[in-house]
Design a protein around this ligand. Structure first.
Ligand code: HEC
Ligand code: HEC
Length: 355
């Protein structure tokens, strides 16, 4: 009798532990078949068969990391750095659009196909129709529950009643709020296409110009490392601005981490050191074009400004934006070329040995 009681208690403990580890009372978003089409803020209709195909593909290829609810907490997500994206929030890093607005379907398709180099997310060679269906499905994830601290209990209660699944996400905002405001707040950006490279045949000049912009006018080294000696650094700023920079970062040869509190991903993010780190959104077979788009578009979620629209890089008489951005792209590419070579070791040895 007593023994049976203990076993029952032990059993209860196990049940409680299982429940605590897995407090799922309802099926996840990706487990529930769609019953109707979904209409997005811009009026796009996502058809039922497409959504269902996307949902099934997501369960095969994505949920392990991004989770059944798209919250980035799938069964294999624990400990991944960077962590998988919380897809409910519709905040992205590697869109190729102006003003860091919501990214396009083509951006999402590119990310699914190519993956993100240097992260857990590998590229996938899937048929076009399946990629399109995945993109459609990804856009249906509900946003996280209302933030009471920021928006007030009243707003949250009203939202919860209107949307039992959670507040609408950035794609679905307008239609579900019954007004135009959602789309006005979260427009899909204009795609940035890489123009013709104006430096073709003059790559050496482009690199020199890029080096100057990088360390002086554009100030890329506010976040990424500097790659020149302090003497050369002063010379570059005199050449660019007519005076040496009055202050450098103490740790100018290391990336300056963008702290969790200052970005939208809730984790510290280190900008890459181009001589060491793989770039996420830049493919070797179209490196310069990809670098152009990345530098022009920036990195979303508060990580890196768009240089197409920055005040620092505002064109001066006789310059064009593509000339400036391609010069930076050529310079960054020359740093990436050093990765894994004796050249990188030599560069860092020289910088460490300077007075
Ligand atoms: C092995 C884990 C893993 C799998 C599987 C995976 N992802 Fe990811 N995904 C990640 C990680 C990690 C990131 C964040 C990378 C970063 O922040 O640099 C990410 C980021 C993303 C992003 C955001 C990109 C941006 O620009 O911000 C999208 C969209 C995405 N994944 C979609 C998908 C889809 C769709 C699938 C299935 C085809 C998938 N992922 C499968 C790990 C994974
Ligand atoms: C305010 C800080 C900041 C400044 C200034 C900045 N960056 Fe970045 N940059 C970042 C961060 C953070 C990332 C990393 C994003 C990630 O991987 O999560 C990044 C990533 C990159 C990438 C790699 C993108 C990829 O696909 O992995 C390139 C290329 C880049 N920056 C170029 C530049 C250039 C060129 C400049 C100057 C014109 C510049 N950055 C200025 C913060 C900055």
């Amino acid at each position: 009798m007593t023994g049976g009681g203990r076993a029952a208690v032990a059993g209860l403990g196990l049940a409680a532990a299982t429940l605590a580890a897995c407090p799922r009372e309802r099926p996840g978003w990706a487990e529930r078949p769609f019953e109707a089409e979904v209409v997005l803020a811009d009026g796009t209709v996502l058809e039922l068969p497409t959504l269902e195909a996307g949902r099934r593909s997501y369960l095969r290829h994505c949920y392990g990391c991004h989770g059944l609810d798209g919250d980035g907490q799938g069964p294999v997500a624990a400990g991944l750095r960077p962590p998988p994206r919380d897809l409910r929030r519709a905040v992205f890093k590697f869109g190729g659009v102006t003003r860091q607005a919501l990214l396009t379907d083509d951006d999402l398709a590119r990310i699914v196909r190519d993956g993100l180099a240097g992260t857990a997310m590998l590229g996938r060679d899937l048929p076009d129709a399946e990629v399109g269906a995945l993109v459609a499905f990804v856009k249906t994830f509900p946003a996280p529950p209302c933030d009471r601290a920021r928006r007030g209990a009243g707003t949250c209660r009203a939202e919860a009643e209107a949307h039992p699944e959670g507040a609408p996400n950035r794609w679905r905002a307008r239609r579900e709020e019954g007004s135009l405001s959602g789309q006005a707040r979260f427009p899909v950006g204009e795609p940035i296409a890489a123009p013709e490279d104006p430096w073709r045949g003059r790559e050496g000049d482009a690199r020199e110009r890029g080096k100057l912009l990088y360390h002086a006018r554009a100030g890329c080294d506010a976040c990424h490392p500097a790659y020149v000696t302090r003497a050369e650094y002063a010379a570059l700023s005199i050449q660019s601005e007519g005076a040496p920079k009055s202050s450098y970062r103490d740790d100018m040869y290391r990336p300056a981490v963008r702290p969790a509190a200052d970005n939208e991903f809730g984790v510290d993010v280190a900008p890459p050191d181009f001589t060491r780190d793989r770039l996420r959104s830049v493919r070797d077979d179209r490196e310069l074009d990809d670098l152009y788009v990345r530098i022009a578009a920036g990195v979303g979620g508060g990580l890196m400004p768009s240089w197409l629209e920055s005040a620092e890089l505002a064109v001066r008489p006789g310059e064009t934006p593509s000339e400036l951005i391609y010069a930076l792209a050529h310079y960054v590419s020359s740093l990436c070329e050093l990765r894994g070579t004796e050249g990188a070791d030599a560069l860092w040895r020289d910088l460490a040995a300077q007075p």
